[in-house]
Design a protein around this ligand. Structure first.
Ligand SMILES: *Cc1c(COP(=O)(O)O)cnc(C)c1O
Length: 394
C-alpha cells in the first residue's frame, strides 16, 4: 500500500529531500544518521514522556464541544493543545529537539522566528535545560512582536535582529543557516515546523505525533473507536496538523482536512493559501509547494494570523494535497475572526487566530449529523487579544 509517511530517502511522493548548500551537509547528515536511533532509546522516550507529562501538561484533554456540535450539526471534539505550557503545540517539538541536541553533545541552540511563538517555545526549553539560546528574528518582526521579544529575553535568550532583505522571517532563516554553517560542531538548529531539509519534517512530525496518539486512545474511550470521520487542523508550515494526522495518515477510514489562510481572499495578492496558489519549488532546503512569481521568486505571504503567514507548506502536506489524500480549504481573515468570536461565545474558549481558521470551515463544508470530527485546537488566543480587540472594536 502507498504510504503518506516519509520514505527512506526523505521524500513524501515527489516532495521533501534536502536541497542545501554543501557546507550544511555535515550538520543535516549528523541528524539524519542519528535521529531515529536516539528517538527509539528507552531512556530518551522516558525523559521525553516525563517532560510532556509534568512540564507541558500532557495528555491534553479531548473535549466534546456540545454547543459547537449543536450549532454545526456534527459531533465535534476539540484536542486541547491550547492547554499546553506556553499556550500551543509548539513546545512538544522544542522539548523533543532539545533532548536530541543534548544527546548529540550540542552546547548551543539557535532558532529563527517570525511572530515569536517558536522563539518563545525554544527559549523556554533552553531555560529548562540551561543551554545557551540565540533566536534570529527580522528587525521588522522584532518591532511588531514586542511582547514575544520580551518573553524570550526574560527566558534568557539572545534575540539577534536580521537586518537584510525584507527583515522578516526568511531573512531570519538565512541568518540562522549562516550561523549553523559557522558552528557545525557545538550548535543545534531547532526548526519549528514540518519544514526544512530532511530529516526535519519527519523528526518534527514524530515529536508532534503525540497529538494523534492521544486522540486515538481518548476517542476509543469516548466513542468506542480510535477513528474519527475527519481530523481537521490549520496549516502554516504544518506541524500541528502533522501531529494530529500522523497516526491516521495511512488509515483511509479517517478523512484529513487542512485549513489554510486565504488572507484578504485567495486571489487578492494578500493571501497565504499555498494549496491554491503554490507551485513546486524549493524553500528552506525542501522541495514543496510554495507561492512564487513566474520567475521563481518567493512571494510575500499575508494572513491576519502570524502563524499561518508562510509562503509554503511542509512536504508532507504538499503530498497530501497533490495526491488528494487531504482536503484543503482556504479561509479568509474575516471568516476566521468571526469563527473565533463565535467559538469564544459558544464554548468559553478563545482560540489563537491560527486555530480560528479551522473553526471557519463550516461555512464551506457540510457534515453528516453523526460524523465525528476532531478539530486540533492548536493554541490559545491570549497572544492575539489585541488583534481581536482592534478587529471587533471590543
Ligand atoms: C505556529 C502556530 C501555528 C502554525 O504552525 P504549524 O506548524 O502549521 O502548526 C498554528 N497554530 C498556532 C497556535 C501556532 O502557534
Amino acid at each position: 500500500m502507498k504510504s503518506y509517511q516519509v520514505d527512506n530517502n526523505g521524500y513524501y511522493g515527489i516532495f521533501g529531500g534536502a536541497y542545501i548548500p554543501e557546507m550544511l551537509y555535515p550538520n543535516t547528515e549528523e541528524l539524519r544518521e542519528n535521529y531515529l536511533s536516539i528517538m527509539e532509546e528507552p531512556e530518551f522516550k522516558r525523559e521525553f514522556q516525563q517532560l510532556l507529562q509534568d512540564y507541558v501538561g500532557r495528555p491534553t484533554p479531548l473535549y466534546f464541544a456540545k454547543n459547537l456540535s449543536e450549532e454545526y450539526k456534527a459531533k465535534i471534539y476539540l484536542k486541547r493543545e491550547d492547554l499546553c505550557h506556553t499556550g500551543a503545540h509548539k513546545v512538544n517539538n522544542t522539548i523533543g529537539q532539545i533532548l536530541l541536541a543534548k544527546r548529540l553533545g550540542k552546547k548551543r541552540i539557535i532558532a529563527e522566528t517570525g511572530a515569536g511563538q517558536h522563539g518563545v517555545a525554544t527559549a523556554t526549553v533552553c531555560a529548562l535545560m540551561g543551554i545557551e539560546c540565540v533566536v534570529y528574528m527580522g528587525e521588522i518582526d522584532i518591532a511588531r512582536q514586542a511582547p514575544n521579544v520580551a518573553r524570550m529575553k526574560m527566558l534568557g535568550a539572545e534575540v539577534k535582529p536580521a537586518l537584510s532583505g525584507s527583515r522578516t522571517l526568511k531573512d531570519a532563516t538565512n541568518e540562522a543557516i549562516r550561523d549553523w554553517i559557522n558552528n557545525p560542531v557545538d550548535t543545534h538548529y531547532i526548526i519549528g515546523s514540518v519544514v526544512g531539509p530532511h530529516p526535519y519534517p519527519d523528526m518534527v512530525a514524530r515529536f508532534q505525533s503525540v497529538i494523534s496518539e492521544e486522540i486515538q486512545s481518548q476517542l476509543l474511550e469516548k466513542e468506542g473507536s480510535c477513528n474519527p470521520d475527519y481530523v481537521i487542523a490549520c496549516v502554516g508550515g504544518g506541524s500541528n496538523a502533522a501531529g494530529a494526522y500522523y497516526h491516521y495518515l495511512d488509515n483511509p477510514e479517517v478523512g484529513i482536512i487542512a485549513v489554510e489562510a486565504a488572507g484578504k481572499g485567495i486571489y487578492t495578492g494578500e493571501s497565504a493559501a499555498t494549496s491554491a496558489l503554490g507551485k513546486v519549488g524549493i524553500i528552506h532546503g525542501s522541495k514543496t509547494l510554495l507561492m512564487q512569481t513566474d520567475d521563481g521568486q518567493i512571494t510575500e505571504p499575508y494572513s491576519i494570523s502570524a502563524g499561518l503567514d508562510y509562503p509554503g507548506v511542509g512536504p508532507m502536506h504538499a503530498n497530501l494535497f497533490q495526491s488528494g489524500r487531504g482536503e484543503f480549504i482556504s479561509i479568509t481573515d474575516k471568516e476566521a475572526m468571526d469563527a473565533g468570536l463565535r467559538v469564544s461565545q459558544l464554548e468559553g474558549i478563545i482560540p489563537a487566530i491560527e486555530t480560528s481558521h479551522a473553526f471557519a470551515i463550516f461555512k464551506h463544508r457540510e457534515f453528516n449529523p453523526d460524523d465525528i470530527l476532531v478539530i486540533n485546537l492548536s493554541g490559545r488566543g491570549d497572544k492575539d487579544l489585541q488583534t481581536y480587540i482592534d478587529y471587533f472594536d471590543l
